[in-house]
Design a protein around this ligand. Structure first.
Ligand code: MLT
Ligand code: MN
Ligand code: ZN
Length: 306
């Protein structure tokens, strides 16, 4: 299985356009060792000679495609290495890129759950707007544990794991979660048997999530915030990480504690990292702490082969 990280950042990217936090400002001044990062998206396939599944369509997708030769047109006048799209939620950073794919010469194959489909046809009617362009070929994502495939991406199966996180702020169920607002995905290479769990929004770790993470070869999970109070402490927000559906890395019951409970041989990667998170700084003590625990920080262009 091949995975390429197109965008490793949370909503806003790094540096964020209007942010003067120490990290964004430090990056602009050239005084901090932090790579720029685009918004949250990965691609995967079992055979890189063929097409790829896109997980989440970021507002930065055009720049991401430009930097990813695997996705460039190969034959004919119009072509794409993207065979289909899977959404893990209806958040702005995961769905706005669908607009940028409107020139597609066939309806976009779009896999999403019923609540996300509802949000993207009502609260934020992206899919209705797109019916005036390429149109959408919508495929429901099952929530009962059954697997599904993306047509044109042979040898790879996907399984949704319903997660506790948050629907987008515009969603009628932002404060009244329903099953399917947020999912993680287990990707399985049918030939090699290798598995990856991808969840850029993971608000709570429970026994069910734990069981899944103990079984896979690689986890790519929510790296949004280092502390629960990160946005509050910086004076940038009024909500904790957990309030907006992201489990922070540090502190009691945080992501690092949980990742220490899954097998040491499992590759562990944090993804969907907010611009305020000190783990972005390659020289920070927080980054050193992660490294000491064998946890990697995703970057744009990171290629994972299993
Ligand atoms: C989130 O996951 O909470 C987001 O990154 C929000 C956003 O897209 O603005
Ligand atoms: Mn997000
Ligand atoms: Zn910032």
């Amino acid at each position: 299985m091949h995975i390429i990280v197109l965008g490793s950042s949370a909503g806003g990217g790094f540096p964020q356009w209007n942010c003067n936090c120490p990290q964004c400002a430090g990056h602009r001044a050239g005084s901090r060792a932090i790579r720029p990062r685009t918004q949250s998206s990965i691609i995967a396939c079992a055979d890189p000679a063929g097409a790829w599944a896109l997980m989440n369509a970021s507002p930065d997708i055009l720049e991401q495609i430009r930097h990813t030769p695997a996705l460039h047109p190969r034959q004919g006048l119009r072509d794409s290495g993207i065979a289909g799209v899977i959404l893990v939620d209806g958040q702005i950073d995961h769905s706005t890129g669908l607009y940028m794919l409107r020139e597609s010469t066939r309806p976009l194959a779009l896999h999403c759950t019923d609540p996300v489909f509802e949000d993207l046809t009502q609260g934020n009617p992206v899919l209705q707007v797109l019916s005036h362009y390429c149109g959408i070929d919508r495929k429901p994502v099952p929530l009962d544990g059954s697997t599904f495939e993306v047509a044109g991406v042979p040898g790879l199966t996907f399984q949704a794991v319903p997660l506790s996180s948050k629907a987008a702020p515009y969603s009628p169920h932002r404060e009244h979660p329903v099953c399917g607002d947020n999912i993680g995905l287990v990707l399985t290479d049918q030939h090699s048997g290798k598995t990856v769990f991808y969840a850029p929004g993971l608000g709570a770790w429970d026994e069910r999530v734990h069981a899944v993470l103990c079984q896979v070869h690689c986890v790519m999970v929510d790296g949004t915030f280092w502390t629960d109070r990160e946005m509050l402490d910086l004076g940038l927000g009024t909500k904790t990480a957990r309030d907006i559906g992201h489990l922070p890395q540090s502190g009691p019951g945080g992501m690092m504690e949980w990742l220490a409970t899954i097998p040491a041989t499992t590759r562990k990667v944090l993804i969907h990292i907010n611009n305020t998170n000190p783990i972005l700084d390659e020289n920070s003590p927080q980054r050193a702490q992660l490294l000491a625990q064998g946890i990697e920080v995703a970057w744009d262009g990171m290629h994972i082969q299993l």
